[in-house]
Structures are given as structure tokens and as C-alpha cells.
Design a binder for this molecule. Sequence first.
Ligand code: CMC
Length: 437
Amino acid sequence: MTPSDVKATLSFSDGSPSMDLPIYKGSVGPDVIDIRKLYGQTGKFTYDPGFLSTASCNSTITYIDGDKGELLYRGYPIEELARNCDFMEVCYLLLKGELPNPQEKKDFDRLVTVHTMVNEQMQFFLRGFRRDAHPMAVMTGLVGALSAFYHDSTDVHNPEHRAIAAIRLIAKMPTLVAMSYKYGIGQPYIYPKNSLSYTANFMRMMFATPCEEYEPNDVLVRAMDRIFILHADHEQNASTSTVRLCGSSGTNPFAAIAAGVACLWGPAHGGANEACLNMLGDIQKQGGVEKIGEFIKQVKDKNSSVKLMGFGHRVYKNYDPRAKLMRETCHEVLGALGLQNDPLFKLAMELEKIALEDEYFVARKLYPNVDFYSGIVQRAIGIPVPLFTAIFALARTVGWIAQLDEMIGDPEYKIGRPRQLFVGSKPRQVVPLAKRA
Ligand code: CMC
């Protein structure tokens, strides 16, 4: 970290001595004030629920400029990666810091491919679930269960263990997502086929049956690959911070990723793609485009708790660059499938237009995020709505594992242990039961 010449001075109005705090400069983005010695020197903590002003770590992986609407993986703009690379190249980049050359890419593809099968025992584990269980409930269990299968890659402090756990997770997630889908609909599992690309293989495991082969459609495979690229990492979001916090105890890497899957499920985070499509479906059922005005009214009503799902973001105060790319993909996919007049897509575009002109959204800088269009693309591809967030988890696994690896490799890393402002009872004595009123 590069120290700045400038220091922050913290002073107190009660005459307590002031304190100089070092400032570090990032390569791009805001500087940070180092408060690590604050408690030791002043006996005070900082207070920042929801981490509105707190950098929890330093990182070299992903950079977001929320005001500009810019997203970089290892310095490369997301638009360039989405248009020029496949998901495997992006995985390599996130894990290793550089894009692969042709030989490195070939070796990496092969390495991931030879780990796509899961232990046959996983099938029996799956059988413990109800068939109608939510895929994210199943995925949380399955990913956690991986920690019981790979005893040779459980020491998070061993870089070789971390490297092989990373490959296993990236390789096995598509197999597990497809298995949870097939289990839910009562179809036989389809084993991975190593002659296919990562993404085509996933789609085949989803849509082939033992009676009928699945012929990958290039446009749809490219669209799915783009979904994976756009969701691969996103800096210190809730699930990534969960993985870092969970992993900071030195736990098994598969268990730390399972914690990320659990966090991602929530509708304010990865679950928003499912919630967004359900929202569009509800508006459509109630009358479609004509009902947008009424719906927006509810969203703006402080007492209604209705949100425009797929809109707003903690960091982006501008159009989410991933949403732009996703909208482009949406046009491509619907065009390829002859679904240009898809009513939900039309509804989404109209809703976006109206929201972007509405004072409520303008004043709060609420723009479409990645989830606004990803559901429409996934639905067109044939992915059932409850599986959307599991696909997000599949794609985000590489980001989680890259961030976990970075944290463990950082000499300054410590177990994560936030403090609190205690506002409960002061010390008091227990009154024996018989004497309590
Ligand atoms: N619809 C209506 N109002 C909203 C929305 C929305 N989608 N998002 C934020 N607001 C309002 C919010 O009510 C508040 O208004 P006020 O200042 O009058 O109280 C203001 O905008 C600021 O919102 P906030 O809740 O303080 O913002 P946050 O940074 O804590 O929350 C968010 C960010 C993503 C949780 C929130 O925008 C949201 O719930 N959006 C809908 C869910 C969604 O699409 N999530 C996906 C995020 S992108 C994918 C991912 O990272 O997983």
C-alpha cells in the first residue's frame, strides 16, 4: 500500500488529545484512512453498519467506479472482456492476475475439464432433499458437502491446496447446478462431456436427456458464457465479504464458498434476478405496460416496501455496465430465438424508460443493475426462474475463490472480528426465579 504525504487528524471537542491517521492511496479510486491504531490510542471504535465508508481489505482483483459506471477485472474493462474473451480466460485472469496466452488457455481449459465430474456419492446426498427444494438451498448443501469429499485440499494455508480447491470448485459448480435442476424435475443426471467447452457442457448437462442429445446453439452458449463473465466478480459485495470473513477463520475452502452461496441467495443480492422476473411476471398478469404507472406509485410509497427489483446498487450511482451488456445480449438471444416481441422484454424496456425519467429514481441515482435483464435472457435460454441465482453462484465462484486466495496470501490478514456499539443493559444481578415478579 502506498502511504500519502497527507495525514488525517482526528480531534475531539472534549479536549482529549488529537490523533494523526495515515492515509493510503489506491492505484485508482478513493484513498483510505488507516484507523487500525484508533482503538489502541483512543479507546474508541468507528461505527459503520452496512460498511458505507469502510474498506475491509486491500485488493488487486476488481475495481468499480460507481459514479462513472465502470467495472474492471484486473484492470481490464468488463466491456472488452465480455466482447473478446470467454469465461475460462476470465477465470484465469481473476485467479492469476493476467490473461492467458494460447498455450496457457489450452492447459487451463484442460485442467478445469478433467475436474468436472463429482463424486458419485453426491447423488445420494442430493436424494436427501425434497424434490421441490429451492435450488439455492440445495446448492448451499452441495457446496458445503464438497468439504467432506476432498481431504487433500482442505488446508487453506497451503497454496497448492488452495489452487486445486479453486479448480475443483470452478469445474464442479456447473455439474452441481445441473444436478440440482435434474433432481428437481425428476430426470436422470447427465454426466459432463469433456469434448465440449465449459459453457456448452453446462448447457448439455442441463438440457440433454439419456434419450435425446442436446445440440448447443452458439448464440445461446455465447449468451450464457457472457452471463458467467459479467457475474464472475464484483469487489467486496455481501457474498464475497462473507466468503472472506468465513475463510478468515482458516476454515475449509469449500465451506467458505458454501457461506458465499448462502449469502448470495438473498433478494437484495443474487436473488434479485429471480425476484425481478417474478415482479415482471406479476405486472404482466395485472395488465402489463398499462399497469406500470400504478406499480411505480407503489414503489415510491414509503409504506409499501415494494422495490423495483433489478434497480439500484450500493456502489453504482450510474448505469451498471453489466446491465448494458446484458441488454445487448437480451436483444441477440431474443432475435436468435425469434422472440423479439417477448412481452416481458417489452415490459422491462418500458419500465426502464419510465423509471429513468421519474424524479424518484433520478434523485436517488437508481439505474438498472445486472439483474434487470439477466432473468429475461436466462428464461429465453430455458433456465427455470428458481435456478437463476444458482447460475449466479456458479459464475461468482471464481471471484469468491480468487478473493479468498488473495486474503490468505496477504501477510496483513487477520481473522475478521468487527466490534460493536453496545446499547443493551449495563451489568446487573440475577434475581432467583422465586423472587422474580
Ligand atoms: N426500488 C425503489 N427504491 C429503491 C430501490 C429500488 N430498487 N433501491 C433503492 N431505493 C431507494 C431506497 O428506498 C432509499 O430511498 P430513501 O433515501 O428515500 O430512503 C434510496 O433509494 C437508497 O437506497 P438504499 O436502500 O439506502 O441503498 P443500498 O445501497 O442500501 O441498497 C440495494 C442497494 C441493491 C440493496 C437496493 O438498491 C435494492 O434493494 N435494489 C433492489 C434489489 C436488487 O436489484 N439487487 C441487486 C443488486 S445488483 C446484483 C448484486 O450485487 O447482487
